[in-house]
Design a protein around this ligand. Structure first.
Ligand SMILES: [Zn+2]
Length: 306
């Protein structure tokens, strides 16, 4: 009885990847609505009219180009780089980086929380926003390309970038200047605000401690606020201030934001992990604690209150 020769394991295939997001067909779209009631799943119907579907798809691909151009122009990524490279296993080559769902069942658009749940590239948009031309496409693409573990920074950058490169108006500012919007919320006593002097009571350190996927909340006195139309406006305005007003002189003149990038890169999104970052990082990176930076931002908002 001889000893059977050991079989050589099959040669390992060289690791491959597919660069999907720069291709013209990198997304799959579903516009289905499912009729409720009995019998179960009685029918599937389009949640958005055909012409609006094509319009949305075209805006989505245009959004990819515009959002990536912002990151390239700011030196966050190199020209031609891919952020959503999909792993290839044996002969199966995934060919869609984005899975986009549009349904009337969704109340809000979402991409960040799915990314946190290890489904980066899954995006949801409410049908009514798509039909109205108010889908937050650029906002959600920011979450897919650069998700963050700090919810305040993640939403702030998404709101700000949609304002910069988004083609359409969308929540929360519908193209209104973000600093102006914060001033207006204070002036109109929105949410927890009772007076324009409540600007002083806003505590951004509290917002900075909130990690993805938790909802942003803050407090004015004893009054809690989790209204996204307010928290998103604060986040967007503050990130705009950091990028446009608070970079050291040379970077600001060249239109770049290396300091903000350093801060943002401190808290990358790791699926299923809550990490908002430590409070000391502000002083380490900006040489000032968040409380001092916040004071400077409030001076800017004060200017809009006059
Ligand atoms: Zn968002």
């Amino acid at each position: 009885m001889g000893i059977a020769p050991k079989k050589h394991p099959p040669a390992e295939a060289a690791p491959q990847s597919t660069a999907a997001e720069n291709r013209a067909d990198c997304a799959t779209f579903q516009f289905h609505g499912a009729a409720r009631g009995k019998p179960r799943n009685p029918g599937i119907y389009p949640s958005v009219p055909q012409d609006r579907q094509r319009e949305f798809e075209a805006a989505f691909y245009e959004g990819i180009t515009r959002v990536k151009k912002w990151f390239i122009d700011k030196d966050w990524i190199a020209e031609g780089s891919e952020l959503l490279t999909l792993p290839v296993s044996a002969t199966y080559v995934p060919d869609k980086a984005f899975h986009v769902f549009v349904s009337e069942e969704y109340q809000f658009s979402r991409a960040l929380v799915p990314a946190w749940s290890a489904q980066r590239g899954r995006m949801e948009f409410p049908a009514n926003r798509v039909v109205a031309g108010e889908a937050a496409i650029s906002h959600e693409l920011v979450h897919v390309f650069f998700p963050n573990g700090n919810r305040f920074l993640a939403e702030g950058l998404a709101v700000y970038l949609h304002q910069c490169v988004g083609l359409n108006p969308c929540f929360p500012n519908y193209k209104m200047d973000l600093h102006q919007l914060v001033a207006q919320l204070l002036k109109t006593n929105a949410g927890p605000f009772n007076d324009v002097h409540d600007l002083k009571k806003i505590n951004l350190e509290h917002l900075d401690r909130i990690s993805t996927p938790d909802d942003m909340t803050f407090r004015i006195g004893q009054e809690d606020c989790d209204d996204a139309s307010i928290t998103y406006a604060l986040a967007g305005s503050f990130v705009q201030f950091l990028i446009e007003n608070y970079e050291p002189g040379s970077a600001r003149k060249s239109g770049k934001c290396p300091t903000f990038f350093e801060l943002y890169a401190e808290t990358p999104l790791v699926p299923l992990v809550r990490n908002a970052g430590d409070t000391d990082r502000w002083k380490r990176i900006y040489r000032h604690p968040l409380s001092e930076i916040e004071t400077e931002w409030k001076k800017l908002i004060q200017h809009h209150l006059q």
